[in-house]
Design a protein around this ligand. Structure first.
Ligand code: ADP
Ligand SMILES: N[C@@H](CCOP(=O)(O)O)C(=O)O
Length: 365
């Protein structure tokens, strides 16, 4: 949830604000669903937004404070921080060239950065919702998705974070003019970083209906064990190692599994043999193994027969986090993966997570 309030210090006013609300993290791909499926999970980015009645004039009228993952490394300048930069993009598309006077955004981020748990997707969703709220734009979720997709261009994380639950997504075939607008370089979409003067011109607005999503069922007994290594793999780097084209055999392999997986994860009781096989992938994981020591061995050695309760295992998003879906025996499953990473000299933490059904929420106080 995002909480907003009018005076500082009293209470945060806009956005997001208890342990079960905010913008959830997400695990994309779930094996074969590269750039297609995503699962929102129960770790939430929060923003607390306040407006001071009097404050010194700042270039963009916005100050930022930050706690949690990435504190000390995340930029706290309004036109460089991903969340506020995104909010500025939304505001500028609507003729507002700065934040309202005295805006203060406090970011509470428990989502680890660059680990494949959708921290950037959550930040972009939070930024678009922030822009919509403080600009009093009243954007509905489908339009919020359009704005998100101008910035994070694969739809799986942002749709999961925005709508919650287990989602499938696609990008629409737009007419050539809209397609060109959607593909405008990011540097022209987001406002110029500090030093760059605001030209007063509006940035490119997103075309209508860039992406589409649908929510699938999720069997209530299935939990997600996230094993999070202590190193980052940026999504951009993990996309660069992928090939430009694939063989028909590999594409068919993934499509066959993906079609079954989306139904299999909604069935109670879940069928471990079906899910384990349906979570195999030939499109991204084999290429990403060179960025993640031990990945192949972990994916091959943790199975429903070796680990009671396990349903399936995959790379979470672009990695390096491993996502194990299971119905029981969570600690044993997690510790054996932590141990295997340990053999590569990599330490990890692990978390037992649940689907975040509600997606992104805003609260006004
Ligand atoms: N809460 C946040 N505030 C500002 N920037 C963020 C936040 N979360 C993520 N980011 C930005 O996104 C980057 C990570 O994105 P990415 O490489 O896509 O990894 P992932 O989304 O898998 O965590 C961070 O290095 C940071 O620049
Ligand atoms: N489909 C994308 C998902 C990236 O997710 P992230 O959480 O690592 O940002 C990909 O696999 O590149």
């Amino acid at each position: 949830m995002i909480t907003i309030s009018m005076l500082r210090p009293p209470r945060p006013l806009l956005f997001i604000a208890n342990h079960r609300s905010g913008v959830p993290c997400s695990s994309a791909n779930i094996g074969p669903g590269f750039d297609v499926i995503g699962l929102a999970l129960s770790v939430y980015l929060e923003l607390q937004v306040t407006f001071a009645s009097t404050s010194p004039r700042l270039p963009l009228n916005c100050t930022i404070t930050y706690e949690g993952q990435g504190a000390g490394e995340v930029d706290l300048v309004a036109d460089r921080n991903l969340i506020t930069r995104t909010a500025l993009y939304v505001l500028r598309c609507h003729g507002q060239h700065a934040f309202p006077c005295g805006t203060h955004v406090h970011i509470i981020n428990p989502i680890p950065l660059g680990r494949g748990l959708g921290s950037s997707g959550a930040a972009v969703v939070a930024g678009v919702m922030l822009g919509s709220e403080i600009g009093k734009l009243g954007l509905a979720k489908p339009r919020i998705l359009d704005f998100c997709l101008m910035i994070e261009r694969h739809p799986d994380n942002v749709a999961a974070a925005l709508y919650g639950g287990f989602v499938g997504t696609y990008l629409n075939e737009l007419d050539p003019e809209d397609m060109a607008r959607k593909e405008i370089p990011l540097s022209e979409v987001l406002p110029a970083p500090a030093g760059g003067e605001d030209t007063g011109l509006s940035p490119p607005e997103p075309p209508l209906g860039i992406g589409h999503y649908i929510k699938f069922q999720w069997a209530p007994e299935i939990k997600a064990v996230a094993i999070i290594p202590d190193f980052e793999v940026s999504t951009a780097k993990a996309r660069k190692v992928l090939p430009e084209s694939y063989s028909r055999k590999d594409v068919t392999f993934n499509m066959q599994r993906l079609a079954l997986l989306t139904t299999a994860l909604g069935q109670s009781p879940p069928d471990p043999n079906l899910i384990y096989q349906a979570m195999q992938d030939k499109v991204h994981q084999p290429y990403r193994k060179r960025l993640i020591p031990g990945l192949t061995e972990i994916l091959q050695s943790v199975t429903p027969s070796s680990h009671r309760g396990l349903l399936g295992i995959c790379l979470s998003g672009a990695g390096p986090t491993i996502l194990a879906l299971a119905t029981e025996n969570f600690e044993k499953i997690a510790t054996s993966i932590v141990k295997r990473f340990g053999q590569e000299g990599i330490t990890c933490e692990w978390k037992l997570l649940e689907p975040a059904e509600d997606g992104a929420t805003v609260a006004k106080t």
